[in-house]
Design a protein around this ligand. Structure first.
Ligand SMILES: *[C@@H]1O[C@H](CO)[C@@H](O)[C@H](O)[C@H]1NC(C)=O
Ligand SMILES: *[C@@H]1O[C@H](CO)[C@@H](O)[C@H](O)[C@H]1NC(C)=O
Ligand SMILES: *[C@@H]1O[C@H](CO)[C@@H](O)[C@H](O)[C@H]1NC(C)=O
Ligand SMILES: *[C@@H]1O[C@H](CO)[C@@H](O)[C@H](O)[C@H]1NC(C)=O
Length: 240
């Protein structure tokens, strides 16, 4: 690009060209990225005054990615809930909400023991849509820290991920937070994960909305079966 410089007898031109070339080189060396950006932008539009990198608005922080399936498989045990999430693909809905870091997600995860306490056919009798709704009922499409539940409890009833008629009431009884559905009032027994945009709280019971279990509270599992199952640990509780 500096081939024109050496043309005989044109000292001034040569000097100007050399200065220009030096300036171009200086620009290229000092700020490679704006130069590259300008190269790519359409030539017609005059580019606005570009700020030095330090004054340009900071790029949005990289989304904090949480793999929900992995989280639930190592915490818990939450195998029953996770199996249902995967079977119905609701895990994808939650994961995609978690990926949208703006709102985030809050998931209430009943422990395996919570599912084991209810008669098994209660859940296997549900239609695919009912099961899906039940799972979505266990989440808010927004991140809430435990501290925020106190305020949230003033907004009862609170909409869940399952949509308008599926609401929960939150209560904060001297720091013990409960989640009230029609047929159950589980406590948040622990915070499994609570870093924006993902909150996962363990429940000691399954949430049972009126819209799905309309007539009666679901029957408890029979005690005579529960005792040996509890003793023989994970294999049998995962079998169904
Ligand atoms: C969520 O984000 C991760 C990481 O970017 C990506 O691998 C995954 O496919 C996304 N999942 C959904 C359901 O959007
Ligand atoms: C599930 O369906 C079967 C067959 O219809 C019935 O016998 C059983 O009582 C149902 N279980 C529950 C918990 O509703
Ligand atoms: C709860 O609400 C009060 C009053 O609106 C506010 O000052 C406080 O920051 C809120 N707390 C949380 C944890 O959001
Ligand atoms: C939730 O709270 C609202 C308003 O206080 C009340 O009308 C409703 O009956 C409550 N629902 C449950 C399931 O407790």
């Amino acid at each position: 690009m500096i081939s024109g410089i050496r043309i005989r007898g044109e000292e001034k031109m040569e000097f100007k060209a050399a200065m220009f070339a030096a300036a171009v080189v200086a620009v290229l060396l000092s700020s490679p990225s704006p130069a590259l950006a300008q190269k790519k932008s359409p030539p017609a539009a005059p580019s606005p005054v570009s700020l030095p990198p330090s004054l340009a608005p900071a790029p949005a922080p990289a989304p904090h990615y949480v793999d929900l399936a992995e989280l639930l498989s190592v915490a818990g045990p939450f195998h029953t809930f996770l199996n249902y999430l995967e079977k119905t693909n609701v895990i994808e809905t939650f994961q995609s909400q978690a990926n949208k870091t703006k709102e985030g997600v809050t998931i209430f995860v009943p422990k395996d023991s919570a599912f084991a306490a209810i008669k098994q056919s209660t859940f296997s009798n549900l239609t695919g849509d009912q099961l899906k709704t039940l799972l979505l009922y266990h989440a808010f499409p927004k991140f809430y820290s435990l501290a925020e539940f106190k305020n949230l409890s003033e907004l009862n009833p609170v909409n869940t991920f399952a949509g308008a008629p599926y609401t929960l009431n939150l209560t904060d009884d001297m720091g013990t937070i409960s989640v009230q559905s029609m047929w159950s009032r589980p406590k948040i027994s622990s915070s499994v994960y609570a870093t924006r945009p993902v909150a996962v709280y363990a429940l000691n019971k399954v949430l049972l909305p009126m819209q799905i279990f309309s007539k009666d509270p679901p029957a408890a599992a029979r005690r005579t079966r529960r005792a040996p199952r509890a003793a023989s640990a994970p294999a049998s509780s995962m079998a169904w």
